[in-house]
Design a protein around this ligand. Structure first.
Ligand code: HEM
Length: 452
């Protein structure tokens, strides 16, 4: 039988682009109704190209197992972010230069080295949570953003607290807040809106101020004679490529912003959703607290990351709300036939993480938050892929998982929380990420087991 053509979503391109920005979850759900395996969208706004979304595990398995050989992972998959991250960072490089940069970046994010960050994560979490007043509603997402921001500023940038730290922290928060609503996110998706006025102008001004401070930090660090630092920036500054060349200050700046952008909203969003579900589902909360009660008061924070039920809660959170709903684009080098579908040479394919995680054949009653599924069954990478797979698999996966688990456990050990709003949370676009729409209103209602 000849392979089938991937069906195109029938509605007008402009309407798809609008729905993708303003109502992405319903858009994906509607598309999958008639096309449960894959469909070709027209979501790229002013760029106009079609992207094929795939949510069938067999096709995904093939695509990511053949990444690099039969497929190409272009550097324009996240072109909407170029005004912020520049064009020399790991996400915008492609081919051999991309692989070389990944080889430079991966070591600081893996292995034992990571566990030195767990004390830092616990300490930052305790400090930030202690600033919340008792019995007063606050947005959990704001709290988790501050935790993630400081974890990245200290573990990746190696910034020490002081005037520059506070100024960078303020500017970064403002830069990210530029895209806090779907309306402002539309700016990223449509280059015709990127004019030197209004919110785009404000964004450019904040970005330029931030650049001055980052370049100053890089210059100071380059002037240091000898360094015992273990942060990612120091390791990148010391690294040399195959020809013996070091990264330039501009390359270092672009990489820092990329890591921050990739790691901040993603991780803080998962923590906020995690707090939401733990406090929405009494049985989940009971089991998490029961597990935490077994941890001795003087156990190192890295031990928290090994708790099985807490790990399952984090996996279920990443399943039901993957903050990045799709992988970067992959392009076949020649015509491909996979599982009876034809993917022509040059077409643009993205793994649709959101729809994959909603498949009823993999996750019965997918709308229900059930961490137990991850204790009852082991999912393969093509069935559960919140961090993508293959040539562009997330570099920060291990750091993110460590941070989410240690921060959630530290919050629950030190405080007793309750939801401050009983209405269900819905995902809302913030830039390229889906975040909890109301930011998860919470209250601290008492001390936790370990609060002093
Ligand atoms: C819960 C947190 C996170 C999630 C859900 C997440 C998800 C993803 C996804 C889906 C991709 C694309 C993978 C693909 O196309 O196959 C990606 C790429 C990437 N992520 Fe993450 N990420 C998270 C945290 C982080 C952190 C903490 C960092 C670093 C500080 C980071 C750095 C990166 C980088 C640099 C890439 C691009 C890799 C490349 O182009 O080769 N991410 N991430």
């Amino acid at each position: 039988m000849p392979p089938r053509e991937v069906p195109q979503v029938p509605s007008a391109a402009w309407l798809q682009a609008v729905r993708w920005v303003f109502d992405p979850v319903r858009y994906m759900q509607d598309c999958t109704q008639t096309n449960p395996d894959c469909f070709a969208t027209a979501i790229s706004g002013s760029r106009g190209d079609r992207v094929i979304f795939v949510q069938q595990p067999r096709i995904l398995q093939y695509l990511f197992a053949h990444d690099r050989r039969e497929l190409f992972a272009p550097g324009d998959g996240i072109a909407v972010l170029e005004p912020l991250i520049g064009n020399t960072s790991v996400v915008t490089l492609e081919g051999e230069p991309h692989q070389r940069r990944r080889r430079l970046l991966l070591p600081p994010f893996h292995g034992e080295r990571l566990h030195i960050y767990s004390d830092l994560i616990a300490q930052i979490t305790r400090h930030e949570a202690a600033r919340q007043p008792l019995n007063t509603p606050f947005r959990a997402h704001r709290l988790t953003q501050q935790i993630s921001l400081q974890v990245i500023m200290q573990s990746v940038f190696g910034l020490e607290r002081g005037e520059r730290f506070e100024e960078i922290r303020r500017l970064l928060t403002e830069v990210f807040d530029t895209f806090a609503s779907p309306w402002w996110s539309a700016l990223l998706y449509d280059q015709r809106l990127q004019r030197n006025w209004g919110p785009w102008k404000t964004f450019l001004q904040r970005r330029d101020k931030l650049d001055v401070l980052l370049q100053a930090e890089i210059a100071d660090r380059m002037a240091e004679s000898e360094s015992l630092r273990t942060d990612v920036l120091s390791l990148l500054m010391a690294a040399r490529d195959d020809s013996g060349a070091a990264m330039t200050p501009l390359e270092l700046r672009n990489e820092l912003i990329t890591l921050l952008l990739a790691g901040l909203e993603t991780t803080s969003t998962v923590m906020a959703w995690g707090l939401y579900w733990i406090h929405r589902e009494p049985e989940v909360r009971r089991r998490v607290l029961e597990e935490l009660a077994q941890v001795s008061a003087d156990a190192p924070p890295s031990e928290l990351a090994r708790l099985p039920y807490l790990t399952a809660v984090c996996q279920e959170t990443l399943r039901i709300h993957p903050p990045v709903p799709f992988t970067f684009v992959r392009i076949p080098r020649a015509d491909l036939e996979i599982d009876g579908w034809r993917f022509p040479q040059g077409c643009r394919i993205a793994g649709c993480i959101y729809l994959l995680h909603q498949r009823g054949d993999l996750y019965p009653q997918p709308d229900q938050f059930r961490p137990e599924r991850f204790l009852e069954r082991k999912y393969t990478l093509s069935e559960f892929m919140p961090f993508g797979a293959g040539a562009r698999r997330c570099i920060g996966e291990a750091l993110a998982m460590l941070e989410i688990k240690v921060a959630l456990a530290t919050l629950l050990l030190n405080h007793e929380f309750a939801l401050a709003d009983s209405r269900p949370e819905r995902p809302l676009r913030r830039g390229v990420i889906l975040t909890p729409g109301r930011g998860v209103p919470l209250r601290i209602i008492g001390p936790g087991r370990l609060s002093s």
